[in-house]
Design a protein around this ligand. Structure first.
Ligand code: C5P
Length: 369
């Protein structure tokens, strides 16, 4: 039995075809946040190859938007389809649709898309009538393979959207269980705010709630996206190679204790001094230019920098929105020195977790090439 079907059965989702008759033509929009890891401690891999983590996620204002809609099927019964529109970030301005990146996405196998896998995991096919299909449209602003949970945000938004659209009635806890079965970062995208992740990063303890709009305690980030992504398993493998033969400094009970008491009102200077990431050295060994970008951000006045998750996005902390925009503008000006850089963005956190939206943001409808 495929794991997705087993998950659906565990959640008690059976054949509910009749219930689906009234939902054709309805749509639901959900958004889910990108994340950075404020700290990330990595232990020795378990038998399955996964590494135990102790990390604090911060949800950012950079978000994916997923629209889920039930339509009459066209040939294939109960199909689940996905279309992804990719937008490029620009500091202080609305994201802009990228035709080239969107076309590239269209060539990917939809069955590998985490949004489709999330809908399958909820048993969406079992709820659709035989003459219906589920159509997912993802508006993507989080970089692919950037260490910021872009795919996980698509899955989290789809879980909440499909639960609502198809009337599945699953609780937040049910969705967290499904999310953890799909990928390590998805529960953090559902939860939002500052939250601690243990286990594979999927056991979540909320610390500080996220806000809808930036406030006095919000932290401002400059994010430097790379043209080429990094593979998460490859970065973990490199870390294992680097640790081989060295005694493990059991870091798993380390700084997260400090963050457990975090109120969100700590100063950006204090937060900058606490940033740490066990995967950073491995990511930098694979991509030495990432350390040069971090150094340049410090030279431009950033309070601190780190690799986001397994990278390769470089995240630098600023003291205010104005400061972040200034740094972003300067690093944009220095682009010729860093040919691997794709885009620079400014975002704040902690933002809210996955949530229903009344409408898509205006830049979706007004997006131009
Ligand atoms: O769970 P997710 O699909 O995000 O993980 C991708 C890969 O990253 C895993 O297959 C594993 O190789 C590595 N990983 C790990 N330990 C974690 C999370 C991810 O080794 N805690």
């Amino acid at each position: 039995m495929p794991p997705e079907t087993r998950l659906a059965e565990d959640l008690g989702i059976g054949e509910m075809e009749a219930d689906a008759m009234g939902i054709e033509g309805r749509s639901v929009i959900c958004s889910a946040p990108a994340k950075v890891n404020l700290n990330l401690f990595v232990g020795q891999p378990d038998d399955s190859g996964y590494h135990p983590l102790d990390t604090v996620f911060q949800a950012l204002s950079l978000r994916e938007y997923v629209r889920a809609e039930v339509r009459a099927s066209r040939g294939v019964d109960r199909a689940i389809s996905v279309q992804t529109l990719v937008y490029r970030s620009q500091p202080g301005r609305s994201p802009r649709l990228s035709r080239a990146a969107t076309d590239e996405f269209a060539r990917m196998d939809p069955q590998g898309h985490l949004a489709v896998r999330a809908a399958e995991a909820l048993g969406a096919r079992r709820v659709l009538a035989s003459n219906q299909r589920l159509v997912l449209t993802v508006h993507k602003t989080i970089p692919v393979a950037g260490g910021m949970a872009g795919g996980s945000a698509d899955a989290a938004a789809t879980l909440v959207a499909a639960n609502h659209l198809l009337g599945l009635g699953l609780s937040h806890h049910d969705l967290l269980v499904t999310a953890a079965g799909l990928g390590a970062d998805i529960p953090a995208c559902l939860t939002g705010g500052n939250c601690r992740g243990t286990g594979r990063g999927d056991q979540i303890e909320p610390l500080t709630p996220g806000t809808e709009k930036p406030g006095p305690d919000s932290k401002w980030w400059v994010l430097v996206f790379q043209k080429q992504g990094l593979s998460t398993p490859e970065v973990f493998r490199r870390l294992d190679q680097m640790k081989a033969g060295r005694p493990d400094r059991n870091t798993l009970a380390g700084l997260s204790t400090t963050f457990r008491r975090a109120t969100g009102s700590e100063s950006p200077e204090l937060l900058a001094s606490l940033l740490s990431n066990d995967l950073q050295q491995a990511a930098v060994e694979l991509r030495p230019e990432l350390a040069e970008i971090g150094g340049a951000l410090l030279d431009l006045g950033a309070l601190g920098w780190m690799i986001s998750g397994s990278g390769p996005t470089v995240a630098a902390l600023a003291s205010s929105e104005h400061h972040a925009l200034q740094i972003a503008e300067s690093i944009n000006g220095a682009m010729p020195l860093f040919p691997g850089v794709k885009d620079v963005a400014v975002a704040w956190g902690p933002g809210q977790g996955t949530k229903l939206e009344g409408r898509l943001p205006s830049w979706v409808t007004t997006a131009k090439d």
